[in-house]
Design a binder for this molecule. Structure first.
Ligand code: UDP
Length: 236
């Protein structure tokens, strides 16, 4: 039995790159979608927010020297590309997904309409929220917290490269240990980076728990959804 009825899964754009330096790696996106398919087969309602860092970020790389808002809109458009790739891969893997964009691009993707998103979720379709929050100066972490709260998700699942939140950087400090669970207050006191500050504050205000886990560990997403000891739970 899954531990959650409805979840918001936050995937970073970089997770789609695999070992490539840029863009979308085919084998990687297929593997990721298969992990998501496993949890939909458990009857969990799944909404996804995907980043754009594998293509463009408003604060680094090609955006240096650019007007920040313009660069951020480019970053949001990158998330639309990733969302379309994700939805199409889901279609190939026998799933039904709908992309809803926070920015109107009506020839390409339907706009975000909350009641419609809720309807799709109830119908068992995967909903992919594209274009972040639709506003510059924000991140897709914040979009995940915002949409997660809006659709009444029980938890935000933050997929990262590391399998949870550690007492120190495990790459630098071999004695670092993983927290199984930690409260919002403790994470703040210990200055642990779970989501960016805006997203973290929103989840805390809305009493929306966060689970940090590794998307590269096979079966980890399923174990998270089944409520098993995997990753780190940030609780109220
Ligand atoms: N972005 C934005 N507003 C949002 C979400 C994203 O302006 O609500 C832009 C921002 O420039 C960001 C880029 O889109 O750098 C890609 O998103 P993010 O960095 O969150 O992607 P990730 O790191 O998860 O791949």
């Amino acid at each position: 039995m899954p531990a959650h009825k409805r979840i918001l899964l936050k995937l970073s754009g970089e997770a789609l790159m695999g070992d490539d330096a840029y863009g979308i790696n085919r084998a990687t996106i297929v593997r990721m979608v298969q992990e998501v398919r496993e949890i939909t087969q458990l009857g969990v309602e799944v909404a996804v927010v995907i980043g754009g860092g594998n293509i463009f970020r408003g604060v680094a790389g090609g955006s240096v020297g650019m007007d920040r808002a313009t660069a951020d809109y480019m970053g949001m458009l990158a998330t639309v590309m990733n969302s379309l790739a994700l939805a199409d891969t889901m279609r190939q893997e026998g799933m039904t997904a709908r992309v809803m964009s926070a920015i109107a691009i009506e020839q390409v993707v339907e706009p975000y309409v909350r009641p419609k998103a809720l309807q799709y979720l109830e119908e068992g379709k995967v909903v992919i929220f594209a274009a972040g929050t639709g506003n510059p100066f924000f991140t897709t972490d914040t979009a995940a917290a915002l949409r997660g709260a809006e659709i009444g998700a029980e938890i935000v699942l933050k997929a990262t490269k590391v399998d949870g939140v550690y007492t120190a950087d495990p790459k630098k400090d071999p004695s670092a240990t993983r927290y199984t669970r930690i409260s919002f207050d403790e994470a703040i006191t210990k200055n642990l980076q779970v989501l960016d500050a805006t997203a973290f504050a929103l989840c805390r205000d809305q009493k929306l728990p966060i689970k940090v886990f590794s998307i590269f560990k096979p079966g980890a997403l399923k174990r998270v959804v089944l409520g098993e000891d995997e990753g780190t739970l940030v609780h109220v």
